[in-house]
Design a protein around this ligand. Structure first.
Ligand code: APR
Length: 259
């Protein structure tokens, strides 16, 4: 409790706040984290072996099927109280490693996506943006799906996410680095802090003099970077933090009917 009060005090007096999120913030919406075991056809793979340009080149229908299944799964779940609490921090810059759209659907419209998005496929050959395939329901877990062809060059369409070994989108990385070096408080939520260069963002904020607050039920390498470590789940801790920092301002659910 004392830690939540200390974190709330830091947030409340901060002029510039950055919220940096990872897979853990979406876990309570039902989106598995990257390090959760896969099921179905993907049981014998791990996410890291499917999320590479080589995997797509070797087995495009396996990889596209996996991403289509993930996209449908994300579309069928909802932002949780953690996402809503982040959206309630009105002036915060939200930087996420997640490829879902749950921050946006919670109300954080200008979220910076460091690792791309499940909803922005593009041609693997010429880079042309591609339309999302029209859907006929969720593909079965574990089903291979052949990727669509690019309308411009007939190359294979790939997911618009950053794979292991690929560069991060330059504009997103620049925006994230700028926000991290200029903020007073960086709140890091639900990330293992192990995948670079994204994991450099909270470290950059700390080096630039910001107070780092971490929300994670487990210890991470960012424990030593954080001034305050809040051990708990995002959906439980973040609403508590917002309510303590700004008692007059409850997290709003944009999906709720106006009263
Ligand atoms: N609330 C907060 N944190 C949680 C919760 C929760 N309910 N559940 C799990 N976590 C924490 C875990 O303890 C872990 O530290 O979320 C973190 C998830 O870690 P990862 O699966 O490694 O996810 P992330 O840090 O986002 O991974 C970074 O690596 O796999 C690539 O590109 C992928 O964007 C991803 C990146």
């Amino acid at each position: 409790m004392a830690d939540v009060r200390e974190a709330a005090r830091l947030l409340e007096k901060a002029q510039r706040v950055v919220v940096f999120t990872g897979a853990g913030i979406s876990a309570e919406s039902g989106v598995p984290t990257f390090r959760d075991a896969l099921t179905g056809l993907w049981e014998r793979f791990d996410a890291q072996s499917l999320a590479t340009p080589q995997a797509f080149q070797d087995d495009p229908d396996l990889v596209w099927g996996w991403y289509e299944w993930r996209r449908h799964r994300v579309s069928s779940v909802h932002p949780n109280p953690g996402h809503l609490a982040v959206a309630a921090m009105r002036n915060a810059v939200v930087i996420t490693q997640n490829v879902d759209d749950l921050h946006e659907r919670a109300g954080s419209a200008d979220t910076v996506h460091l690792h791309g998005s499940l909803f922005m496929p593009r041609c693997a050959q010429c880079g042309e943006a591609a339309a999302l395939p029209s859907t006929t329901g969720e593909p079965d877990e574990g089903r291979r799906v052949w990727p669509p062809s690019c309308v411009r060059c007939a190359g294979l369409v790939r997911p618009g996410v950053v794979w292991f070994g690929e560069a991060l989108p330059e504009a997103a990385l620049e925006a994230a680095a700028r926000a991290a070096s200029d903020c007073d408080v960086l709140l890091t939520v639900g990330t293992s802090g192990m995948v670079y260069p994204a994991a450099e963002i909270p470290r950059l904020a700390a080096r630039s003099g910001a107070a780092v607050i971490q929300v994670n039920p487990q210890p991470t390498p960012l424990d030593s970077v954080a001034l305050v470590n809040l051990r708990g789940s995002a959906a439980r801790v973040l609403p508590d933090l917002v309510a303590t920092a700004w008692p007059d301002q409850a997290a709003e659910d944009p999906a709720a009917e106006p009263s």
